[in-house]
Design a protein around this ligand. Sequence first.
Ligand code: AMP
Length: 216
Amino acid sequence: MNIIIFGPPGAGKGTQSNFIVKKFNLVQLSTGNILRDEIKKKTQLGMEIDKEINLGKFVPDKIISKLVETFLSNKDYKNKIIFDGYPRNLWQANDLDKLLIKYEQKIDLALNLKTDIEIIKKRITGRYLCNKCGKIYNKYFNPPPKNKDCCSDEFLNKREDDNMDIAIKRFNIYMKETSPVLDFYKKKKLLKEINGESSIDQIYKEISDIIAVIEA
Ligand code: AMP
């Protein structure tokens, strides 16, 4: 099963994807995570990507297309992908359709975590990531456990693009560029809406129930 998870930046796509990959034995394709890994390598490409991300802009479609093709062409991942943060515009959605045909795969489900801008501001400005295990926390909604070796202050990091100005900019770009992609999947009758403002557990339960029905 291939799934796409939509929602504005900070809606909880990464958090939910982490849960879903474990429960349903899928692999997560987070274009944002892959881009951040490239930045860490300090390559020429990484430096160009860094500039775009920290301006709150999208990384060029051609770069994203290559990343996604590497994943889709990997036989170990065939029909096991959860796309997180992709496709982000109509060009990418059409490109994904072509890649799916090329690698004989399909999308089974598109989820939309609907979340308002006021919640997004708190989710983004309160977000921390454990450098060691990759777990995502939020100082308002989901604080890291105290006295735990792994997710202690020493390992917690903020993303450079997780500040208020960039958060608003990323939200506006999402509304302009990514909202039309939701219609694209609605027309294909693949889109399911989820209230992204519910608790993490509630959202996880709703998503799990939807996937379980499709799998049955
Ligand atoms: P995310 O981790 O999904 O919030 O992505 C962080 C940043 O990476 C975004 O604000 C974009 O600059 C860039 N990015 C991630 N995925 C894509 C994509 N599919 N297309 C273009 N840019 C992307």
